[in-house]
Design a protein around this ligand. Structure first.
Ligand code: FDA
Length: 394
């Protein structure tokens, strides 16, 4: 079998690339070992796929080379993808500012991509394993469970390592290493935190409680809701900060973002000196959390009127609520991570065509590269943009 372009990976980036290459007149084959195309798309955004973010800009991506993503993101913008889904009659909603989700189901996005591949004449072969990728004359040769396939260009779109049960493998990294490319260390990103035993027990009792929060680690801060789980901490702010967190470091949680607890308590002491601190906490936090605070910290302290609190004692509470320092034990790892930090270094890759600079027959797109977006639809926008740029250049 001979194809102009063989794409490895029928995920977001791979299908997008295949359709574009097909429209450009190339004979295209997409190979995937999974039994379904776009499995991660199907499970994304709680089954409704946050398929783009209207605020997409390079600042929302992590990479050793922060400039690498600029060209592709500039050329294929969120409006382009929105226009594509509209062409296919997909209804969508803006659930949070800039974050677009399918109104109905993520299946719609897979339908769009598969239809595009069909219209462009790109073939998709599922349940196909690939055991070897090598150079063959001017092109590439793949040894697969379908037999030997010769290709002018091989595009690696195998994604990251998260959720191995959905078909994630490190095959793309193996191919990169085989051809002498650097693969930067990988770690789970956008992943819930686990806590050490004492905190885990306390927090588990709050499982399901969500609070506004501002979470910071090193120089980075995210103001979004957080969620207590039976294993630790999750919710948008925690997932976001997990991408910059390194094992052993602490995170700082502000449970009343935008409000100085020290000032608010001083004001309350002056206005309502007889009020108990426990009453004050109960007015500001969900009942279960306010009760938990009373269990975490000595009861006697809370059951006295605010008038009896010294400034120092109020400051202790301000510290607990505005600057709660916590050292996560770890993260839930690849099992639940949404993305992979690190991956194939972009240094040897063209940011315009995604070809390996000294081996243009080989290309890498999507999450397998060392480009990772923040939470909110940025990762799919990267998949679309890199897929389009590469597909058009194949
Ligand atoms: P993707 O993972 O989509 O595709 C890779 C393909 O390669 C898969 O089909 C896989 O089977 C195949 N493959 C792997 N190894 C292979 C091998 N050895 N041989 C053959 N095929 C192989 N992002 C976002 O922007 N908005 C969102 O709402 C979400 N939500 C979300 C939820 C969850 C639970 C997860 C895990 C992830 C998200 N993401 C997300 C992230 C997003 O899913 C991800 O960044 C993109 O799918 C990456 O697209 P790729 O095409 O690069 O990889």
């Amino acid at each position: 079998m001979v194809f102009d372009v063989v794409v490895i990976g029928a995920g977001a980036a791979g299908l997008m690339c295949a359709a574009q290459a097909g429209y450009a007149g190339r004979r295209v084959l997409v190979l995937d070992h999974a039994n379904k195309a776009g499995k991660k798309i199907l499970m994304s955004g709680g089954g409704r796929c946050n398929f783009t973010n209207l605020d997409t800009a390079p600042g929302h991506f992590y990479s050793e080379n922060p400039y690498f993503c600029i060209s592709a993101l500039k050329r294929y913008r969120p409006e382009h993808f929105v226009s594509l889904v509209e062409t296919h009659g997909v209804e969508y909603v803006e659930k949070a500012p800039g974050q677009l989700f399918c109104a109905d189901s993520a299946k719609e996005i897979v339908r769009v991509l598969m239809t595009e591949c069909e219209w462009a004449g790109a073939e998709v072969a599922l349940k196909t394993s690939i055991s070897r990728v090598e150079r063959q004359g001017e092109g590439m040769r793949l040894t697969t469970s379908m037999g030997t396939i010769d290709a002018g260009v091989v595009v690696v779109a195998t994604g990251g390592l998260s959720i191995p049960t959905m078909g994630a493998t490190g095959f793309g990294y193996d191919i990169a290493r085989q051809f002498g490319l650097e693969v930067l260390p990988t770690r789970p990103g956008l992943v819930p935190f686990t806590l050490s035993d004492s905190w885990k027990e306390r927090v588990a009792a709050l499982s399901g409680v969500s609070l506004p929060s501002a979470v910071s680690c090193k120089e980075t801060r995210f103001v979004e809701p957080m969620l207590f789980t039976h294993r630790g901490l999750s919710g948008p702010s925690m997932l976001q900060i997990s991408s910059v967190w390194e094992s052993g470091s602490a995170i700082t949680i502000d449970l009343m973002p935008g409000e100085s607890v020290a000032e608010a308590l001083r004001h309350a002491r002056q206005e309502t000196p007889k009020r108990l601190l426990s009453t004050w906490l109960g007015e500001r936090f969900p009942k279960r959390f306010a009760q938990a605070l009373q269990e975490w910290y000595p009861n006697a302290e809370l059951a006295i009127p605010l008038a009896q609190y010294s400034n120092e004692a109020l400051d202790v509470w301000a510290q607990r609520l505005n600057q709660w320092q916590l050292k996560p034990a770890g993260t839930e790892g690849w099992r639940t991570a949404e993305v992979t930090m690190g991956g194939v270094s972009t240094h040897a890759i063209s940011s315009k065509t995604f070809e390996v600079k000294d081996l243009p027959q080989l290309r890498f797109i999507g999450e397998v590269l060392d480009v990772t977006g923040q939470l909110g639809g940025y990762n799919f926008q990267w998949a679309w943009a890199s897929g389009v740029a590469c597909g058009q250049a194949c």
